[in-house]
Design a protein around this ligand. Structure first.
Ligand SMILES: C[S@@+](CC[C@H](N)C(=O)[O-])C[C@H]1O[C@@H](n2cnc3c(N)ncnc32)[C@H](O)[C@@H]1O
Length: 526
């Protein structure tokens, strides 16, 4: 009997749904064709639960085992150790769907993140189903301090614990967010911010953003050293004699010294025009501003892998391209005498504007927008994430296979000229992949973005750590997407992190040849 004609619309929709969770098009096409045959070309079971049966079949596919073996070989493993095979399950009409309730929504939308190069699996706790990623044992690490993003450098191969399918664990694999919690669509912050921030998907596909832990303030992963101590804040760096609102006093206090003896905020809590103009000019007209050059630039760190052994690497640094001495905001803080409502404390009070995380109509994934009209110079949010050293970030990045769709690291660009040579194990970055706030949804726009990131000093005078706060560069209309210029050099073909193809829509887009150029690389966030 000739098989019925396969609906290309349904076929393509299924492939797209799997691409969204990081599965190769070719893999989906192959497995899907087999499933269609198995189900007599009936789509119901395949499409149910956001294609969960299809995803299940792909993860159970025997070729995935081959992929595992290949990967194990590349990392010098004995392939026999990988013979706990992914069982090729017979999917039948009686197939039971493993995901229940609403939990599948997050699964359906989750793009692969850093390190998620191994197929996730469904595990159960009571009636709840979770996606779990390959776990690695950490024999050399103090597990009391390790969180679920910890990295191992072990070469031990081990199967994963109970509830697991038989999976081979690859060394140097990041144990990523196995327990990342599901989202609350009414408030992605789950009460961490003063306002609720909903998740809006106007396309009705039931897709939600990838899971992550919402944090409103930066947290340290493990090694990053941020010296926060009251003793380090000198008298000239705080205003212990102040009272009430510093902005209401006739003269600026000591906290304004860093900004030329003037506060950067107006009494309405907006950035002053002149300060904002200078910050924008530094970004858009960098050649007009003086630069300093590091002897060894953490931005230009390159790691060369001598052979297929991931531990056999050499680190070198390309020439520094120069850093602009950026303008800092200095806010009053706990050692100051003013109140928490002092006008020189804006960023530390958190988000006050009504924003939403929304699925963009284009190819950018999720984005952030405001539901209210915003004036120029308005604070939106800071970029919150895990504070990592450059070395820790590198360890994370090396886990990537290049399939990661969205990445969220931000290298803190400060103090590298003034403190001599800042070593990689001291230079800091923020990574919002696993722990982050709404800033992780802000998409890039070349040159004329409507928000700008400005460094803010709050609890430490050290400029190698700072908060990065976003302010509007102009008036923003309600429901207009908030965009930020990541500072990507789309022509930097040597950069270790591959840039996305830019769909910012700006007439000044720097990725003009994106259609013809497939090898362009650049920083993901800068
Ligand atoms: C910080 S995330 C922004 C949130 C992301 N859209 C999401 O859905 O999670 C950065 C990623 O978003 C995507 N992105 C951001 N701006 C983009 C642009 N102008 N064009 C295409 N993709 C973009 C890229 O995949 C990039 O790696």
């Amino acid at each position: 009997m000739t098989p019925p004609k396969i609906s290309s619309v349904r076929f393509d929709a299924a492939v797209r749904a799997m691409v969204n969770i990081g599965i190769l098009k070719e893999t989906t096409q192959r497995v899907l064709k087999n499933m269609l045959k198995l189900f007599d070309y009936k789509w119901e079971h395949i499409e149910a639960d956001n294609y969960h049966a299809l995803a299940d079949a792909i993860f159970d596919d025997s070729d995935a085992e081959e992929g595992q073996k290949r990967q194990a070989k590349e990392t010098n493993l004995d392939s026999d150790q990988c013979n706990k095979k992914l069982k090729t399950k017979q999917h039948s009409q009686n197939l039971t769907f493993k995901m229940h309730g609403n939990d599948n929504r997050a699964f359906a939308g989750a793009p692969l993140q850093q390190g998620q190069d191994m197929p996730p699996q469904t595990v159960y706790e009571g009636k709840r189903a979770h996606l779990r990623f390959p776990l690695i044992k950490q024999p050399h690490k103090d597990t009391s301090t390790a969180d679920d993003t910890a990295i191992t450098s072990s070469s031990v191969v081990t199967g994963i614990g109970q509830n697991s399918r038989d999976m081979c664990v690859i060394p140097h694999q990041l144990h990523i967010g196995a327990d990342r919690p599901p989202h609350d669509v009414n408030d992605i912050t789950k009460g961490e911010e003063r306002l609720s921030i909903p998740i809006i998907n106007e396309f009705g596909s039931g897709i939600l953003p990838p899971r992550f832990h919402y944090i409103s303030h930066n947290i340290t992963l493990q090694e990053a050293y941020v010296n926060i101590s009251l003793a380090r804040i000198g008298d000239d760096n705080c205003c212990s004699d102040c009272f009430g609102d510093c902005l209401a006093q006739p003269l600026p206090c000591a906290c304004a010294t860093e900004t030329g003896g003037e506060f950067v905020y107006t009494r309405d809590g907006l950035l002053k025009e002149k300060f904002l103009d200078t910050c924008i000019s530094m970004l858009r007209e960098p050649l007009k501003h003086p630069r300093f050059y590091c002897k060894i630039c953490p931005h230009e760190r390159r790691v060369i892998q001598a052979n297929s052994d991931p531990s056999n690497t050499e680190v070198s640094h390309g020439p520094c391209k120069g850093h602009i001495t950026r303008k800092f905001i200095k806010e009053c803080w706990s050692k100051c005498g003013c109140t928490r409502n002092c006008g020189n404390r804006v960023v530390q009070r958190g988000i006050t504007r009504h924003v939403q995380v929304f699925l963009t109509p284009g190819k950018k994934g999720w984005g952030l927008r405001s539901t209210e009209k915003l004036p120029r110079g308005a604070f939106i949010c800071e970029y919150a994430g895990e504070i990592l050293t450059n070395t820790e970030l590198y360890d994370r990045t090396i886990q990537k296979t290049g399939k990661a769709k969205h990445t969220y690291p931000l290298i803190l660009d400060a103090d590298w000229g003034t403190e001599g040579v800042l070593k990689d194990e001291e230079a800091l970055c923020l990574d919002a992949t696993f722990y982050g706030n709404v800033a992780r949804f802000i998409n890039h726009r070349c040159f004329d973005a409507n928000i700008i990131g400005i460094p803010v000093e709050i609890e430490t005078p050290d400029h190698h750590y700072y908060h990065l706060a976003f302010f509007t560069t102009r008036e923003v209309e309600p429901f207009e997407e908030l965009t930020w210029d990541y500072g990507i050099d789309f022509d930097d073909v040597d950069h270790p992190i591959k840039a996305f193809k830019c769909h910012c829509g700006s007439e000044f887009c720097g990725d003009r040849s994106r259609i013809s150029r497939s090898k362009s690389k650049g920083r993901v966030l800068g």
